[in-house]
Design a protein around this ligand. Structure first.
Ligand code: BTN
Length: 268
């Protein structure tokens, strides 16, 4: 796909500043990129694979990675990791949702970094840091987008929870075009984050998020369950929740689901 990816980037007027390695099959693009990062690969080095045999998702989940979808990892070396790394998953989700919009798919962002279409997962983001002697020195931004996947081919328990660009549009979509769109938008948002800090990235993220502001949610985080009303994001991209006891917490990681009003009312 590299040649077509290079052509797709060029067609958009994007000159990619670092090598993009394309493989037919790899255990995980994030793992391969991590090795490259350790060996000194420059910022914006990328790995793209036709399929993965050990694709990884967040929270130790497996990311099933058959051919026909996009599996992409991009290396960044943030100058101010403490302030920037937490915002990277949101910037990557935003770039991916914008890429989907180029194919007329209205994807929304679900905190922290799911990309969904009417509740069905279209794409996922896994950002992993690489620590050196002085802290985080690089981050691998892993992006998986369901491009050609036919949800009907999935087991019953997944079928209704997953979608793809092809399923949404009813026509084939070229993986290289999606990769070029994601890379181009990621570059824009990361450069903005590096130049100006998080506020504009967070504002754009919020614009494209599912509309649950002011609504009750449940968050599974670190083995505990929090229920509260979503108030917004803080400057690191943490989710601000107002709990029943009136306190406000900033949740930095977790799985969020919206509570129906009957659920919200049934707590002790
Ligand atoms: C999630 O939603 O759980 C995150 C999924 C991230 C999957 C991508 S595919 C490319 C990269 N390589 C991996 O092993 N995982 C990420």
């Amino acid at each position: 796909m590299t040649n077509t990816l290079a052509a797709a980037l060029e067609a958009r007027g994007v000159r990619w500043p670092a090598p993009i390695e394309r493989l037919e099959v790899v255990p995980s693009t994030n793992d391969l990129l991590k090795e490259k990062a350790r060996a000194g690969a420059p910022e914006w080095s990328a790995v793209v694979a036709d399929r993965q045999t050990a694709g990884r998702g967040r929270a130790g989940h497996r990311w099933v990675s058959p051919a026909g979808n996009l599996f992409l990892s991009v290396l960044v070396r943030p100058a101010h990791p403490a302030a920037q790394v937490a915002v990277l998953p949101l910037a990557a989700g935003l770039a991916t949702a914008e890429a989907a919009a180029e194919f007329s798919v209205d994807a929304r962002l679900k905190w922290p970094n799911d990309v969904v279409v009417v509740g069905r997962k279209l794409a996922g983001i896994l950002v992993e840091g690489l620590s050196g002697a002085v802290g985080i020195e690089a981050a691998m931004i892993g992006i998986g987008v369901n491009v050609g996947l036919d949800p009907a081919s999935l087991p019953d328990d997944l079928r209704d929870r997953v979608t793809s660009l092809a399923a949404q549009t009813g026509r084939p979509v070229a993986v290289a075009d999606v990769a070029a769109a994601v890379l181009a938008r990621l570059r824009v948002w990361y450069d903005l984050l590096a130049r100006e800090g998080a506020p504009r990235v967070l504002a754009a993220w919020r614009e494209r998020s599912v509309s649950w502001w002011g609504r009750p949610v449940e968050v599974l985080s670190g083995g505990s369950v929090l229920r509260g009303i979503v108030q917004g994001l803080d400057e690191r991209g943490a989710l601000l929740l107002d709990l029943e006891d009136g306190s406000r917490v900033a949740v930095v990681s977790g799985e969020v689901s919206e509570l129906r009003l009957s659920d919200a009312g049934s707590r002790p």
